[in-house]
Ligand binder design. Structure first.
Ligand code: UDX
Length: 436
């Protein structure tokens, strides 16, 4: 079957390459000529483990191609995915749907066969209805159905998530839509991945409700970590103790500097906007958004405390290890590192940072930070080492070397990747999150 993927960003590219790997013929479409040129040369616009090899093998097999020409790209496709960006609109936090609607218009004009139009971008409830209206107004003579098929990919693990999903959600009103989507996902369906058919609005809700629930879970354990610090508990034991209850589950209970990334911050805000529009408050998510925002800055203050308080900290220098919002990505969107660096700069603390993949994206976002070529260059002469992102290479730092090149023995581990007892035994003044 032929599939067209409109938008070759993170979601479009990963999904397109995986669909091609299932044996479908996939055309990835994007307006950005230089992006398409580079993709044709095998250069990925994003860092995602395994993606370049997956793209390469499917291009060579003749199943995956790239174009800037939408009409040509969608010709003959039975499923046309819309996977363009839905950034938070500046000012009001609403998801900006102008790219989605622009694609719907173009598809309506260019359609040359019957097709299912699938929204893959994260879109507020009711967007599918609007896409359908746009297609209706285009007067296309072909049969079409508008389907919602949200993605649940985690950056850094996206290919695995795509190929071994917990579930596939398909919101379709028409039988034609359900039939085509069943065909699209047949390889996974045969693998018994649960395919959940719902109404279109329910599918749109599921995406926001999932992300908001995960944000709640993270924020809950982060606040438990703060409380553990006060009462002398260990948040990792607490997480394990509650997570063994099947009703709670062990995942997404890792305390840290607060969630970031391209989804949770944006999607929680968009959900709140929808709740406002419909006058149906989601107070728990309101609280989560506030708590997470203030947590990022609070982590900067935690570092300042570890340096001996505001007065002592002024004029000191910190080595920041990890900048991206999580490991195995080069994505800096809403990364806690940005707010932490800002809080440190406000406190007169300078920062030298190192990140395996994120420094290029980070530099313009944190102009006051000096980027180092490796972790040890960042640590040399630093008055404290702060671990912000749990990249594997920071899990096995040469601690002896660290001690000789740093200016002090202070380590602030915001991801709890070291053992407090070991670190104290090794002579460090070690501070972590929610642990004694
Ligand atoms: C998320 C969802 O997991 C995915 O299903 C959705 O499609 C997009 O949003 P992603 O943003 O790539 O994926 O990253 P994820 O691994 O979920 O982590 C998000 C943030 O939460 C990161 O900043 C991470 O460090 C933080 N996090 C996650 C925690 O602090 N603790 C945890 O236990 C889990």
């Amino acid at each position: 079957m032929k599939i067209a993927m409109v938008g070759s960003g993170y979601v479009g590219l990963v999904s397109g390459a995986c669909f091609a790997d299932f044996g479908h013929e996939v055309v990835c479409i994007d307006k950005d000529e230089s992006k398409i040129d580079r993709l044709r040369q095998g250069i990925m616009p994003i860092y995602e483990p395994g993606l370049d090899a997956l793209v390469d093998s499917n291009v060579k097999a003749g199943r995956l191609s790239f174009t800037t020409d939408l009409a040509q790209g969608i010709a003959g496709a039975q499923a046309i995915f819309i996977a363009v960006g839905t950034p938070s609109r500046r000012g009001d936090g609403h998801a900006d749907l102008s790219f989605v609607y622009a694609v719907a218009h173009e598809v309506g004009e260019a359609l040359s066969n019957d097709a299912v139009i699938v929204t893959k971008s994260t879109v507020p409830v009711g967007t599918g209805d609007e896409v359908e209206r746009i297609l209706e107004n285009s007067g296309t003579p072909y049969r079409y159905a508008v389907v919602s098929n949200p993605e649940f990919l985690r950056e850094g693990a996206a290919i695995g998530d795509f190929k071994r999903p917990d579930r596939i959600v398909i919101g379709a009103e028409a039988e034609f839509g359900r039939e085509v989507m069943q065909e699209v996902y047949r390889p996974l369906f045969l693998n018994r991945a649960p395919l959940l058919f719902t109404s279109r609005r329910s599918a749109e809700m599921i995406k926001y409700a999932s992300n908001a629930f995960l944000a709640v879970k993270i924020t809950f354990i982060n606040e438990m970590a703060d409380l553990c610090e006060k009462v002398g508990g260990d948040v990792q034991d607490v997480a394990r103790g509650i997570g063994l209850d099947n009703r709670i589950g062990p995942k997404f209970l890792h305390a840290g500097p607060g969630y970031g990334g391209s989804c949770f911050p944006k999607d929680t805000l968009a959900l709140l906007k929808t709740s406002e529009d419909y006058d149906s408050p989601v107070r728990i998510v309101e609280a989560v958004v506030k708590a997470n925002d203030s947590r990022k800055r609070a982590m900067g203050r935690k570092v300042i405390d570890a340096l001996g308080g505001a007065e002592q900290a002024r004029g000191k220098r910190v080595a920041m290890l990890g900048l991206t919002f999580k490991p195995n990505t080069d994505d800096m969107r809403d990364s806690p590192a940005i707010a932490i660096a800002q809080a440190l700069a406000d406190g007169g603390v300078s920062v030298v940072a190192y990140d395996p993949e994120g420094m290029e994206a980070a530099a313009p976002l944190m102009p006051e930070v000096v980027m180092a070529t490796d972790p040890y260059a960042a640590i040399t002469g630093a008055d404290a080492v702060v671990i912000v992102t749990e990249w594997d290479e920071f899990r096995a730092l040469d601690l002896k070397r660290l001690k000789t090149i740093a200016n002090s023995n202070v380590i602030v581990d915001l991801r709890n990747i070291y053992d407090p007892q070991d670190m104290r035994a090794a002579g460090f003044a070690y501070v972590s999150v929610g642990r004694p």
